[in-house]
Design a protein around this ligand. Sequence first.
Ligand code: FAD
Length: 242
Amino acid sequence: MDLKFKSTVDVTQVQLMGGDHMVVAAAKVATTGTDAMAFANVTSDDNFGLINYLMKHRHGTPFEHGAVTFFVHAPIFVWREWHRHRIGFSYNEESGRYKQLEPCFYLPDRERPMMKVDGWKPGRPKFVRCEDDRTFQVLCDGLKRSYTEAYRIYEENLFLNVDPGLARDCLPVGVYSGCWVTCNPRSLMAFLSLRTCEPEAAKFVSYPLWEIELAARACEKIFAEAYPLTYRAWQENGRVAP
Ligand SMILES: Cc1cc2nc3c(=O)[nH]c(=O)nc-3n(C[C@H](O)[C@H](O)[C@H](O)COP(=O)(O)OP(=O)(O)OC[C@H]3O[C@@H](n4cnc5c(N)ncnc54)[C@H](O)[C@@H]3O)c2cc1C
């Protein structure tokens, strides 16, 4: 089978629940009980004051009453990192036991920062663009060779009629997998704070892997559009999850 190579991590919105008005309404339950929904003024910018207060003082639970579901197509090495986010995240991933995995593999884009900077440190890993075409070519050729051989063996294994969950063991972490990811705004903010690098805006600067940041940036865009006031408050309070 022909192999497909991709340099992207694709994120699409499957469903959306709630919005800024539900953050406000959830907070208002404390003072109004069952009448809280009456305070959910969907359009008013006045809601920003309360949302900002909640964010600033880390009253996090009102941000748990919404949800976004994403479909994400990402290499396994991204999933290894994403699945570490345990709280407020639900996952359903395609199975290597019940279906044949697609021959789709990750290759870095030419512009992906990949060369270690001088004085590189593991705790603050910074990279710059590879200016040497040959280095880039050697890296990509090696990846392609290993993907091609691995997928050939995978198909051979499937042909043996053994458990597909065993046949796949030869595949490398560059193989793509599709997954639904559902989270609430609070857990999404926690994820974004760790999986994006924002030296200017973030109170605690993180240095995530480039490819998971590609996904996080796509999620952030969807979040900003769906929860504009919550997003603004999060941004203005140093991108710290409440
Ligand atoms: C830049 C970067 C580098 C990393 N490097 C490594 C690495 O080298 N090796 C490695 O193993 N991991 C690494 N990680 C993963 C990291 O350790 C976390 O597993 C991951 O970021 C998920 O964070 P979390 O636990 O806060 O998220 P979640 O699991 O979603 O938890 C959210 C919050 O819930 C609370 N919580 C969750 N579980 C518990 C618990 N058991 N006890 C108490 N409180 C809990 C905490 O407040 C936590 O912040 C790295 C992450 C980043 C961003």
